[in-house]
Design a protein around this ligand. Structure first.
Ligand SMILES: Cc1cc2nc3c(=O)[nH]c(=O)nc-3n(C[C@H](O)[C@H](O)[C@H](O)COP(=O)(O)OP(=O)(O)OC[C@H]3O[C@@H](n4cnc5c(N)ncnc54)[C@H](O)[C@@H]3O)c2cc1C
Length: 419
């Protein structure tokens, strides 16, 4: 069982986190070890992808994490939350992802969807949503950015929102939304709200970008059936979303001309740095599996991990995980100091968040792949879980613009260019 001291040693960058913060990280770690680790494959519906098994398992462990306080962790006590720091929440996300990155995605999206309201200083909207999120029942939210014509273009800061094709028109006191989104996590199952990235006029560039909160029951919003995917098979639900004259109150728009017109890029920056915890948790789990396996598996009378070739690879795994974690923690701390470093959507921090995401995803995929190699066919087998981690983590690298966009945005922190 990991103590708070063990967890402080693991998350070196968190030496200054409070004991209160670390207690929730510890509680989540214990819950994951006891309740999620034995059910990892059930979250996928087992070998036969049984939907009922997957859904029941998801409901059980989701509720378990909500009971610990994960869903309300970061919100202020005045709105029903626990006031846990966002740095500690990054550790919580890593610990959940050690069990299942898709489950962590579902939980992480709730906070991510609240960010535009938070960044825009929209207390009225937060007061509408947060008490529901803090009510001890499991919930879901959805942040709809990607469109069929491309996700990366929307996230590209040099496109200034001009490629967005979901149009919001003001009619009296209402926004009328028409358009088509694709892939967002939580689509069709979100019960709190949808944050939809629209434009009032693509020609206005950043000033036209409108992030609009749409209630789940809004008339005119409909969904395709969920996509069938390589990983996160049931834990993350992704569909198309169709907007056909969807009407919402004017006040539901966050981001607009002037001060707030870069919130979309802040969301991308936060999403990228937030992805690191998912990647690290999965990498850590694969490392633990392979450490154990190579201790017990013998080649010519000696444990595999006592052979220098294998010890070297295990050492390299540890080095990459530690450096990725240190990098993401450092970037996270910078994100929390906006007076010094600016906002995560501005080129300096977007560069750091994007580089950290790309590096953490690369490390995670490398570690899972090497773990499989060291375990031979057992690593490839369903029973030993590494194959599931490998399937789940590939999307971390692809979402929010893919590794190419992430590194282009990294370069943009050092010099300007458009294409
Ligand atoms: C499980 C899952 C969860 C998701 N969750 C969400 C979510 O919560 N919200 C949401 O809005 N979307 C979500 N998505 C969608 C995802 O973010 C997008 O698919 C992703 O951003 C890439 O967009 P695209 O698929 O349209 O690919 P494209 O934009 O067509 O990009 C394809 C490739 O081209 C590269 N590329 C693109 N532009 C450039 C360029 N300028 N220069 C060089 N290379 C470039 C990219 O790196 C990528 O490799 C999710 C998808 C999945 C599968």
């Amino acid at each position: 069982m990991a103590s708070i001291l063990d967890l402080r040693k693991k998350y070196l960058g968190a030496a200054d986190a409070t004991d209160e913060d670390m207690r929730i990280v510890q509680a989540v770690r214990e819950y994951v070890d006891k309740e999620i680790m034995p059910r990892r494959q059930d979250l996928d519906g087992g070998w036969h992808r049984n939907e009922e098994l997957a859904r029941k398992t998801f409901e059980k462990v989701h509720q378990g994490l909500v009971d610990i306080g994960v869903q309300k962790a970061i919100w202020p006590e005045s709105l029903g939350g626990l006031n846990v720091s966002s740095l500690a929440f990054e550790m919580v996300i890593e610990e959940i992802s050690r069990g299942d990155a898709g489950l962590a995605t579902h939980i992480g999206i709730v906070n991510w969807t609240m960010l535009p309201a938070h960044l825009g200083g929209r207390t009225d909207l937060l007061q509408e949503f947060i008490p529901k999120i803090c009510d001890d029942k499991p919930h879901g939210c959805c942040m709809a950015i990607t469109e069929p014509s491309g996700g990366t273009n929307t996230e590209d800061p040099t496109q200034h929102g001009r490629t967005i094709q979901t149009i919001a028109s003001l009619e009296g006191d209402e926004w009328v939304i028409n358009g088509h989104k694709i892939w967002p996590s939580g689509a069709s199952i979100a019960d709190i709200t949808y944050c939809v990235v629209c434009t009032t006029d693509p020609g206005l560039g950043d000033d036209g970008v409108a992030l609009i909160y749409v209630p789940p029951e809004a008339k005119g919003m409909s969904f395709s059936t969920p996509f069938q995917k390589m990983g996160m098979c049931w834990t993350d639900t992704n569909t198309e979303i169709f907007f056909d004259n969807v009407r919402v109150p004017k006040k539901n728009r966050v981001a607009g001309p002037g001060r707030d017109n870069k919130i979309l890029h802040d969301i991308v920056g936060f999403g990228r740095i937030g992805t690191c915890g998912f990647a690290l948790g999965a990498a850590q789990a694969c490392f633990e599996i392979v450490l154990d396996w190579t201790k017990n598996r013998e080649i010519a009378g000696r444990p595999v991990r006592n052979r220098s070739l294998h010890a070297y690879i295990l050492g390299e795994m540890a080095q990459k995980i530690e450096s990725a974690r240190a990098y993401s923690m450092q970037t996270y701390k910078m994100v929390r100091q906006s007076k010094l470093y600016g906002k995560p959507g501005e080129s300096f921090l977007l560069s750091k968040c994007s580089a950290a995401k790309e590096y953490n995803c690369e490390v995670s995929i490398w570690v899972a792949n090497k773990a499989m190699e060291l375990m031979g066919s057992y690593g490839y087998a369903f029973e030993y879980n590494v194959e599931k981690y490998l399937r789940d983590i590939k999307i971390l690298q692809l979402w929010l613009g893919g590794p190419q966009r992430a590194l282009l945005d990294t370069a943009l922190g050092y010099y300007s260019f458009e294409w």
